[in-house]
Ligand binder design. Structure first.
Ligand code: 6PG
Length: 248
């Protein structure tokens, strides 16, 4: 696992760097005989990134018709709910780029959580190549991190951290909306390229612990340290406020 840490001046610089990183990895030369897959992050940090990807020159540099879009996690709310990660990505990106509707694979947050997780897992296995029991490999996974060290909807102390066979499962957040559906560690760690985006001074202490722990080893009390794409690339892009004293 290659790990790199980039410290950017501010949120806009982070969004630009992340957009460059994503476009660079989506632009396979020569193009692959298959579509590229991306799992989007939720929360607020990716908003600037998604808006930038929908603008020139990034909009024109991605073959949107050959991108399969998933989510790393979703809140169990309807797709029009203000807390929906799908709704945010639609507003900031997906309604602004020429991506076919059939390439957008949302978690059906309006359904009972276990059913939503089961349907999402089926869609993952239908769309992504994978040779069971190996999990399917998502090309790009975008992640954020909470001040408690959670990522996607993998929260400290949740049983879902120990899920070893399902690709998507119900998770429990400490704050509303509590019921979530999340990709599980087997599929997150099978990814080819993983990008963490972290910004804000309120995350500096946790980020310092996570980046230190990553070298020391996984710690379930800091779920972000459990993201270890052994056959892939792990990149952190953080702003100066989150980096505190850390300098790459
Ligand atoms: C979610 C995200 C979650 C998020 C972190 C950071 O559904 O909320 O998947 O893991 O990335 O909580 O959120 P912010 O970017 O809003 O700080």
């Amino acid at each position: 696992m290659q790990r790199r840490i980039h410290v950017l001046d501010d949120a806009e610089a982070l969004a630009r760097a992340a957009a460059d990183w994503i476009v660079d990895r989506l632009q396979q030369e020569p193009p692959l005989p298959r579509a590229m897959s991306v799992a989007l992050a939720g929360g607020s940090t990716p908003r600037l990134l998604y808006r930038r990807l929908a603008q020139s020159p990034y909009r024109e540099r991605v073959a949107w018709g050959r991108v399969e879009v998933f989510w790393g996690d979703e809140r169990c709310v309807p797709p029009t709910h203000p807390e929906s990660n799908y709704a945010m990505a639609r507003e900031m990106l997906l309604d602004r780029v020429p991506i076919p509707a059939e390439r957008i694979h949302r978690v059906r947050g309006e359904l009972e959580p276990e059913r939503a997780a089961a349907l999402y897992q089926r869609e993952l296995t239908d769309v992504l190549e994978g040779v069971p029991p190996q999990p399917p490999r998502i090309d790009l996974v975008l992640l954020g991190m909470g001040a408690d060290g959670h990522t996607a909807s993998l929260f400290p102390g949740d049983d879902v951290l120990h899920e070893s066979s399902r690709l998507a499962a119900v998770a429990h957040a400490p704050t509303p909306p509590q019921a979530r559906v999340t990709l599980t560690l087997p599929v997150l760690n099978a990814a080819r390229h993983v990008l963490f985006m972290v910004q804000g001074q309120e995350k500096a202490a946790t980020l310092a612990r996570v980046l230190t722990m990553e070298s020391a080893g996984p710690d379930p009390s800091l779920p972000a340290t459990l993201i270890r794409p052994l056959g892939g690339e792990l990149v952190w892009m953080v702003d100066g406020a989150a980096a505190g004293g850390h300098r790459g």
